[in-house]
Every structure is written in C-alpha cells, then in structure tokens.
Design a protein around this ligand. Structure first.
Ligand code: NOJ
Ligand code: MG
Length: 526
C-alpha cells in the first residue's frame, strides 16, 4: 500500500469549543483556551482536531445556527486568534478541521433576512418557501429534528419556510446554483486560511425531494418518543441529487493539498457507503457511527464490522467514531470498565478513529439540574432523555476550582461531580488510568503500522470475546477483547504470544496462559 495520508493513519479528536478551555473567564470555552491546551493534545498523541462551530451565531443551537460563515464569534475570539491557533497547531504537526454547516443558516443570517423580506427578493429562492395547504396546514408533514413541524409560517410574506432543525435554523435551498457557489466560496475562504478539512453537518439532508412529498408514517413510532420519529425519512433525506452537491464541495478541496472532507451521516451501511461518491469523488470519510449505535455485544459488533468492511467500495477508506456531542458518552453506555475495551477497539480497528474530548477521562452522563438545561432539544421535548447537555460538559483539567476549565463563578454547563478525581492532571499521574491507556494506544498505533494501515481479519467472535488480526508485511498483530466481566479463554495457539498492551496496563511480556481477564483487551504479537 502507498504511504497513507494523514487523515488515514491519524486519529481525529473532536473539541466542543464551548467546553474545552475558557481563557477569558466568561464561563465558555474559546480559541485561546484551545491553543493553550495544544501540548496536552500532542502528548495524548492525536493527529488532528475537529472543532465544532466557532462562527458568529445567536447560539439557538450552540453554533449550529450560523449567522456569518466567514467570521469568528467574539465569544470564541477573533480571526486573528483563529490564525494563531492554526499556526501553533501546525507547528506541532496537528491538523485543524472545521465544522461546516451547509444545510441551514441562522434566521439572523443576512441571506435569510433578505429572503424573508419579500417574495420578489433576489434571495427568496435561497431558502425553501412554500404556500401552506388550503386548510392552513403546513406544506407537508415533515417534522423538525428537535420536535414540532419542520415548517414555520412567516406573516410578512404569508408563506412557510422549511427548517429541518429549529425554526431559527432555516434550510438553504441547495437546488439553487447561487447557494452552491456562495457556500463553496466559504470552503475556499477557510482553505486559504490553512484549515486541513471540514466535518460537514448533516450532509445527507442537504437536498430534499423536489416535490416535497409527505413522508410515510412510521408504524414503529410510539408516544413518548421524539417527534422526528413519527414519519420515515424518505423524502427529506438521502436524495440522489445530494451526491452532485458533495462532489462540488470535494472539487473545491481537491484544489488544495491533502485536505479532507468528512460527512456527518446517519444511515444504514449500504446507504452510508454511497457517500464516498462516484469514482470516490465524494466525502473521503463518511462518518461511521455504528459503534455509537450498536449494542455492546461481541457477536453483534463482529457482524457490523464485517458488514461495514464488506460494503466499502474499492479505495474507500474506513473510519470509526465512538462518541460525539449529540450522543450519550461511551462510558455512560458501557460503563467505566468496558470503556477501556471500547478505547482499544476504536484504536485498533481498520480506519481513521475519531475520539470525543473527555472520553479519555471516562466522563459519563453528567447530571444537569433542570434549571441548568441549555440544549434546545431538551427544552422543546423535555423529559424524554433526548437532551445532549450531559455529553457536552466542560473538560476537566485538574483538581482545582471548576477543574481549571474556567475562572468564572459558573461554567456554562456544570462539571461532573467527580472532577476532583476525574481530570487530566490526576489521571496522568496514575500509571493505569484510562487516560494513560488512550495515550498508550495512540503511541502503539504510531509504532505499529499494522494498526494504522494493515489489513483486518476477523478471527472469532463468541458470546463475550472478539478476536481479530491486523497485518502488514511481515507483522501480524492479534487484538483480543473481552466484552464481559468474566475471564475468557483464548485459542491455545495464543499462549506464549507477546503482550504489546493490556487495557489494564498491568502486564506485558509473554502471555503465559491464553486467558483474557475480566473486562480486558489485549494487543498481542503471536
Ligand atoms: C448535527 C449536529 O451535530 C448537531 O449538534 C446539530 O444540532 C444539528 N446537526 C443541526 O445543525
Ligand atoms: Mg471564554
């Protein structure tokens, strides 16, 4: 295989900028804060950071409602601060990936202000405006991801506009060539400033059915579940024309060296892989969220790995994601013991891994008191457990006040109650902490190219154990994971293998007995 590109061999680390490090004492993280923590990231051993949106925004959806695609929200700093961050990251060999939010703007974006001004406005067609039904109902039955109809009536021009998310997030009309040109110019703006790639928000939703047909009802939906599940997402998502749009974005990136286009896509594997694009001219990394969505069960995980590997198009590079700012954290899903096994799985599968900040500390579901809730989804559909705040709480740096996240009286979201114990400084001083395991796994990937660019072969999966091989040239490594809390016997021929790493960080040398201890994962050289 040719020398892998940085986004193939490297590990990506997602930063939720409001929660990483506050530098100016306002209780909200910012760019200078991130810059002050770059040494931590290089110590940890990641290769790239993806920063969730930092653009000017009314913050109805915490930055995913963009009011200016080519600026920086003063809360986070300035363009100069951004340039300084990129320069210092690059000086350390760290790549910088921005979040690009093309499906919708803020309702305060100047484009939308124009568009809603009159039916005759030149930007009217930049958004999706329609007449309602004769009985006064919205144009169709589509639901907003955050609850309620996906349409809002605008009195001034007596039409409805589409919003797949909040009403403060009107959807752009990607069928309009001017929209495409304006948004591709945004990509160009940041590429010229030196960013190494983009994670594209809800890329599979960009184009909607031209006739805006009603979605069919979802027979499995039940009261008490999120509104968005009422209908099947047939006409508002994953339309064939979306691939032209993505190819257009990719062409912009391809005018530069080694930039990466990552797509956020929640679809079944056979649909997901179409986002690599014809002739692989689509997203280089259509995010693979299967480890987030799967039950923690060895046979099921084995099946999904094989299914994914089997569906990849020739030349399509795999990737794996364990957590993000929209989902319950891995430690909350599988518990703190299995979070170690999950880390080994993420960092030894074939393909680019994406880590979510704070998962390396073992942060779980942080309790958010009712009066501290921030997430608009929780506010719109309260009490259903949909809120994302519990996974977005501040990074914990040391045992001091607010874990050194901020000097403000109050951080924007509460910290984990356990922050005196669960923080970078404390865990870095403990030889067997989860943080040390992440560090060791990332270092192991750098030492063994079999892990970053070798082949993958499933060896076995039984009720509790998952075993696979990664091989490159003469090097053959075996990864054996115990997804349960009882010791498990491995195949006899692994007896005598060299232990390169145990998730418990308490053994190396020869594997005398071919046994996986409870909740243990091993990287072995047979
Ligand atoms: C997906 C993002 O990850 C999520 O946080 C956001 O709320 C929606 N897209 C809308 O932009
Ligand atoms: Mg701040």
């Amino acid at each position: 295989m040719a020398e892998p590109l940085w986004w193939q061999s490297g590990a990506i680390y997602q930063i939720y900028p409001r929660s990483f490090q506050d530098s100016d004492g306002d209780g909200v993280g910012d760019l200078d804060g991130i810059r002050s923590r770059l040494d931590y990231l290089t110590w940890l051993g990641v290769d790239a950071i993806w920063i969730s949106p930092i653009y000017p925004s009314p913050m109805a959806d915490f930055g995913y409602d963009v009011a200016d695609y080519c600026g920086i929200h003063p809360l986070f700093g300035s363009l100069r601060d951004f340039d300084a961050l990129v320069a210092e990251a690059h000086a350390r060999g760290l790549k910088v990936i921005l979040d690009f939010v093309p499906n919708h703007t803020s309702d305060r974006h100047p484009w939308f202000l124009e568009s809603r001004a009159s039916r005759a406005n030149a930007k009217r067609d930049w958004y999706v405006w329609r007449d309602g039904k004769a009985d006064g109902a919205p144009p169709n039955n589509w639901m907003s991801q955050f609850g309620g109809p996906a349409w809002t009536y605008d009195d001034a021009t007596r039409q409805w506009y589409l919003h797949s998310f909040l009403r403060q997030q009107p959807d752009l009309n990607w069928r309009n060539p001017q929209v495409r040109a304006a948004m591709n110019a945004v990509l160009d703006f940041w590429l010229r400033r030196g960013v190494d790639g983009f994670r594209v928000d809800v890329i599979w939703l960009l184009i909607k059915d031209e006739a805006l047909r009603d979605n069919p009802p979802n027979p499995a939906w039940q009261p008490g579940q999120a509104d968005i599940g009422r209908n099947l997402q047939v006409y508002n998502a994953d339309q064939p024309e979306v691939h032209e749009v993505i190819a257009g974005m990719r062409q912009v990136l391809d005018r530069y060296d080694e930039r990466v286009l990552i797509g956020e896509i929640y679809l079944p594997v056979e649909r997901l892989v179409t986002y690599y694009g014809k002739g692989l001219g689509g997203a280089q990394l259509p995010f693979n969220f299967q480890l987030i969505l799967a039950a923690w069960d060895a046979p099921k995980i084995a099946r999904l790995i094989e299914e994914y590997e089997g569906h990849l198009p020739p030349g399509g590079w795999p990737n794996w994601v364990l957590g993000n700012h929209d989902q319950p954290r891995i430690a909350a899903r599988v518990g703190s013991e299995q979070a170690r096994v999950a880390a080994m799985l993420l960092l030894t599968l074939r393909g680019t891994p994406t880590l979510y900040y704070g998962d390396e500390l073992g942060l779980g579901r942080v309790a958010i008191p009712r009066d501290a809730v921030q997430d608009p989804w929780e506010k719109n559909e309260p009490g259903l457990g949909l809120g994302r705040d519990p996974s977005r709480t501040p990074m914990q740096w040391n045992a001091g006040r607010h874990a050194a996240f901020t000097t403000a009286a109050k951080p924007w979201l509460p910290l984990d109650a356990d922050h005196a114990r669960m923080n970078v400084e404390t865990l870095r001083a403990q030889p067997r902490s989860l943080l040390k395991l992440y560090h060791a796994l990332l270092a192991l990937r750098r030492r063994h190219r079999a892990l970053t660019s070798g082949s993958f072969k499933l060896i076995s999966a039984d009720a509790h154990t998952l075993v696979y091989e990664r091989a490159l040239g003469a090097e053959r490594l075996v990864v054996a994971l115990n997804l349960g809390a009882e010791p498990q016997r491995l195949s006899d021929h692994l007896g005598g293998a060299e232990v390169l790493l145990s998730t418990a960080l308490n053994r190396e040398g020869t594997l005398a007995e071919p046994i996986l201890r409870a909740n243990e994962g091993l990287v072995l050289r047979p």
